[in-house]
Design a protein around this ligand. Structure first.
Ligand code: ADP
Length: 251
């Protein structure tokens, strides 16, 4: 009988060693990602702190002889500290990971979208149009869905011309429900389409331009969508712009 066991033994050990290695690999990858996150976060926070400190130094040295710089510097400090506040709030959301408490309930997505669009319209210079033919209900956390929709709408506002149109659509796609936000803005190149959902990632065009942002909004939206059992992605809006989708399904 022992002859039967002994030949199997190395096979079993090899299998165990293999899965152990895989586990270790995944763990290492996770640790590396976390280290990267902490180093990105510190780097991103250092920029507004440096800007604020620069202006404080300038004010301390010069405000007596040059009172005209005061307003400008204070505005700058105001803006940068707001940016930091927002980033810290977003970092806290992210670090809660998937541990935030979700309260899934069934609600009418059409009515909800209509209300959210009306709430955010005054903050946007573009005209937001909501198109939906049917009424759809979903099972999800309202607050999470609202954050995702607001992130899509705010981005559409930031990355498209002031007088263009933003179209919000609620449609049935096969056995899924697709809530999409289409803008006529700068668009997103194919090779960036997945990266923009990573934490801190900003396309160069938006980073180098004056458009404020942290690169965390879509990473948070993705996290919220997954916690609700939904998913998000981006496609092109033809001839110009992007379409962000939040998909629930199958129904
Ligand atoms: P940010 O705070 O930079 O807007 P997000 O995570 O919301 O961060 O978005 C990440 C990046 O994706 C943005 O910096 C921008 O480069 C790109 N992006 C997001 N939404 C749009 C859009 N509607 N049109 C074009 N680019 C977009």
């Amino acid at each position: 009988k022992s002859e039967l066991i002994v030949p199997d033994f190395p096979v079993e050990v090899e299998r165990l060693a293999k899965s152990f290695n895989q586990l270790l690999g995944r763990l290492n990858q996770k640790i590396e990602q976390e280290q990267q996150f902490v180093s990105d976060a510190s780097h991103e926070l250092r920029t507004p702190v440096a800007a604020i400190r620069g202006h404080v130094t300038l004010l301390k040295r010069r405000w007596r002889e040059h009172p005209e710089i005061v307003e400008d510097s204070l505005n700058y400090i105001d803006e940068e500290s707001l940016r930091m506040k927002r980033m810290i709030e977003e970092l806290l959301t992210i670090s809660r990971g998937n541990h935030f408490s979700m309260e899934n309930e069934r609600f009418d997505l059409s009515e909800f979208t209509d209300r959210t669009v009306k709430e955010i319209q005054p903050a946007l210079t573009q005209k937001v149009i909501f198109e939906n033919d049917l009424s759809f209900s979903v099972n999800a956390d309202r607050a999470a869905i609202q954050k995702i929709l607001v992130a899509f709408l705010e981005n559409a506002g930031k990355y498209s011309p002031a007088d263009s149109k933003i179209i919000v659509r609620l449609r049935e796609q096969g056995d899924s429900i697709d809530l999409s936000v289409a803008d006529e803005g700068i668009g997103i190149a194919d090779e960036e389409k997945e990266k923009i959902f990573e934490r801190f990632y900003r396309v160069d065009k938006s980073r180098s331009s004056e458009i404020p942002g942290t690169g965390l909004g879509l990473a948070i939206a993705k996290q919220y969508a997954e916690a609700c059992g939904a998913w998000i992605f981006v496609s092109d809006n033809l001839p110009q712009g992007s379409v962000f989708h939040l998909v629930f399904g199958p129904k």
